[in-house]
Design a protein around this ligand. Structure first.
Ligand SMILES: *[C@@H]1O[C@H](CO)[C@@H](O)[C@H](O)[C@H]1NC(C)=O
Length: 515
C-alpha cells in the first residue's frame, strides 16, 4: 500500500468495516449502511490511494460515465470507477479484484477508450470499471524505432504526438477510439495496405495477469500469448502497454467525398476494382458508405479516401474521381490526426454495430444496397427524432495479412482465405430514445441476416466476423477457425488458470462462451 495514501474519515470507516467483514464477524452493511460503498470498491480503496476511485453522483464519475460512445453503455450503473495511474497500480487493482473472489466475486469491466459498441462491452452494472484512461503514454524511442503506447491513449493522442516527430504507426481511423480495445480486436488502419492489421504492428505487449503479476509477450517471450493477444480480445489479462513498430511519415492526402445515392453502383464497381489492385497501390485505402440521416432526409454516398503519402488526388482513385455529381469534398493534403478527427463520433446517441464479411463481389454489394433501401423505407415509417444509418463497405485484401505470420502470427485466421480479397460490411445505426432500441437493433440484425443469406446463395459468403464491429449476439472468436479457437482457449487457461477473466469480466467476447 502506498505510504502517501491520504487517510480521510470516510476511508478510515470503510477500511474498518471491510476488515470487520473480512474477518467475517459482521456483514459490512450492518456496520455502516449509509457510508459504506460496495464491497469491491472498498477492497480497491484499501489497495490504492483514495483519489483513484470515483463514485456515482460525483462530477468526475458522471463526466467519465457520459463519455461512452454508445448511450446504452451510459445507462449502465457501476458501483465505482477505479483509475490506476501507473502499471503498479493496475496490478494492485487487479489483485484486489481477483483475490477476494473466494469471499465475494468482484465483477469488473475493462475500459480503454469506451468505444466498445454494445452495452456492457466496457461498463458493468453493480460492478467496478477498471478505467485505463490514465495509462495514456505515447513515447517514441528512436534507438529501437518503437512507440510505447498505453491502452488508455486515444488514436488522437497517438497521432498528435507522433506527427511533429515525422513518425507514424498503423493505428485506428477515428480519433476518440482507444488503443487498447482496437488493437486487441485486430484493428484496421489506413496504413494497413502496406503495414497490415494494427495488432500485427505490435512488437511487444506488457500485461497484468489476473493474478496481479506482470507478463510480457513478444515473438521471443511467451510467443503463444503474443499470438493470441492479436485478435483474441480481453481473454488473457489487462494489457498495460503496447510497443508498436514505427515508420517515417510526412503527411497524407485524404478526406470524405459525398455523392448522390444514384451513383451507388458505380461506387461499388470502383471499390471492387480498388480492392483488387491494392497490392499495386499499397499506399491507398478507400471506404464506401451508403448514408441516410433523418435530419438530411435524402440518401447519400459518402466515401473516405486516404493515401499514406502527401500526394494530391493520387491515380489510385481515378475510377472514383470519374464518377460525376460530387456534392461535397473535404480531401486535401492533411495530417492523420485531422483525418481521424473527421471521424470523431458523437456520444449522444444509442448505437448499433454489427458485422458481416463477404467476397469482394459486386453482386453482393448491389444486393446489400437493395436490402438497405428496403429496411430504410420501413424505418422511415416507424422511427422518430434524430437517427441515421451508415452502411460501411471496406476492402480487406490479402495485403492486410501478408506479413502476419512472419511477425509472430495472429488468431484472426485470414490465412485460410488464401489470396481472396474480402469486403467487410458494417451497419452503423444511431438513434435517440430507449423506446426505439428494439426497432433499430432489429433493423441492423435484419440487414446482416438478409445479406448473408444472399451471399451464401451465390457462394460469395465468408465466415469471418470482425470483433471490433460485432454485436453482442454475434460470436466473432468462433469465426477465426477451429485451430485458433483452441489456441485462444489454451492460452487463456495457461495465463489465467482460475478463469478470473472468464468469470469476473463479462464484457468483451469470451472464449468460455464459444462452443
Ligand atoms: C501536420 O502536423 C505537423 C505537426 O503538428 C504540422 O507541422 C503540419 O503543418 C501539419 N500538416 C498539415 C498539412 O496540416
Amino acid at each position: 500500500m502506498p505510504a502517501t495514501k491520504m487517510v480521510g474519515l470516510v476511508e478510515l470507516l470503510i477500511a474498518a468495516a471491510v476488515s470487520t467483514a473480512t474477518a467475517q464477524k459482521e456483514a459490512p452493511q450492518a456496520v455502516l449502511p449509509a457510508l459504506l460503498p460496495d464491497f469491491c470498491c472498498a477492497a480497491l480503496s484499501r489497495a490504492l490511494p483514495w483519489s483513484r476511485l470515483l463514485f456515482p453522483h460525483h462530477t468526475a464519475f458522471e463526466t467519465r460515465h457520459s463519455s461512452y460512445f454508445n448511450v446504452n453503455q451510459q445507462t449502465i450503473n457501476p458501483s465505482c470507477i477505479v483509475q490506476p495511474r501507473d502499471h503498479g497500480e493496475v496490478a494492485l487493482a487487479v489483485a484486489a479484484l481477483t483475490s477476494t473472489s473466494k469471499f465475494k466475486p468482484c465483477k469488473f469491466a475493462i475500459r480503454s477508450g469506451g468505444h466498445g459498441t454494445y452495452a456492457g462491452a466496457s461498463n458493468i452494472d453493480a460492478g467496478v470499471v477498471l478505467d485505463l484512461k490514465n495509462l495514456n503514454t505515447v513515447k517514441y524511442d528512436a534507438r529501437n524505432n518503437l512507440v510505447d503506447v498505453g491502452p488508455g491513449a486515444t488514436w488522437n493522442d497517438v497521432y498528435t504526438t507522433l506527427e511533429p516527430l515525422g513518425i507514424m504507426i498503423a493505428g485506428g481511423r477515428s480519433s476518440l477510439v482507444g488503443v487498447g480495445g482496437l488493437t486487441l480486436g485486430g484493428g484496421i488502419s489506413y496504413f494497413s495496405p502496406e503495414h497490415g492489421f494494427v495488432c500485427d504492428n505490435v512488437v511487444e505487449f506488457s500485461l497484468v495477469l489476473a493474478s496481479g503479476r506482470f507478463a510480457f509477450a513478444s515473438k521471443t517471450s511467451n510467443p503463444d500469448l503474443f499470438m493470441a493477444l492479436k485478435g483474441g480480445g480481453n481473454n488473457f489479462g489487462v494489457v498495460i502497454s503496447f510497443a508498436f513498430r514505427a515508420f517515417k511519415y510526412s503527411g497524407m492526402w485524404g478526406g470524405l467525398v459525398v455523392y448522390p445515392e444514384t451513383t451507388m453502383h458505380d461506387q461499388f464497381k470502383a471499390l471492387v476494382n480498388f480492392a483488387n489492385k491494392i497490392e499495386k497501390n499499397p499506399k491507398g485505402a478507400a471506404i464506401v458508405m451508403s448514408v441516410y440521416q433523418s435530419t438530411v432526409g435524402v440518401p447519400l454516398v459518402s466515401n473516405a479516401y486516404d493515401y499514406a503519402e502527401p500526394v494530391s488526388r493520387p491515380a489510385a482513385y481515378d475510377e472514383f474521381f470519374a464518377i460525376p455529381g460530387v456534392i461535397a469534398d473535404t480531401t486535401g493534403i492533411r495530417n492523420m490526426s485531422s483525418i481521424a478527427q473527421e471521424w470523431e463520433g458523437v456520444t449522444t446517441h444509442s448505437v448499433f454495430f454489427g458485422t458481416l464479411t463477404f467476397a469482394n463481389d459486386l453482386r453482393v454489394m448491389k444486393q446489400a444496397h437493395e436490402i438497405f433501401k428496403d429496411v430504410l423505407s420501413h424505418l422511415k415509417t416507424k422511427a422518430t427524432g434524430d437517427w441515421g444509418i451508415y452502411t460501411i463497405y471496406q476492402p480487406i485484401p490479402p495485403a492486410y495479412w501478408k506479413d502476419s505470420e512472419a511477425r509472430g502470427g495472429n488468431v484472426l485466421g485470414f490465412e485460410r482465405f488464401n489470396n481472396q480479397a474480402l469486403c467487410l460490411y458494417l451497419p452503423y445505426i444511431s438513434w435517440q430514445g430507449a423506446e426505439q432500441d428494439a426497432l433499430f437493433q432489429a433493423s441492423g440484425a435484419e440487414l446482416i441476416k438478409r445479406i448473408r443469406k444472399y451471399a451464401e446463395s451465390i457462394g460469395a459468403d465468408n465466415p469471418f466476423l470482425y470483433l471490433n464491429y460485432a454485436d453482442k449476439t454475434q460470436d466473432p472468436l468462433a469465426t477465426y477457425g477451429a485451430a485458433n479457437v483452441e489456441r485462444i482457449r489454451a492460452v487463456a487457461k495457461k495465463y489465467d488458470p482460475h478463469e478470473f477473466l472468464q468469470n469476473l469480466v463479462p464484457g468483451g467476447f469470451k472464449i468460455a462462451n464459444v462452443s
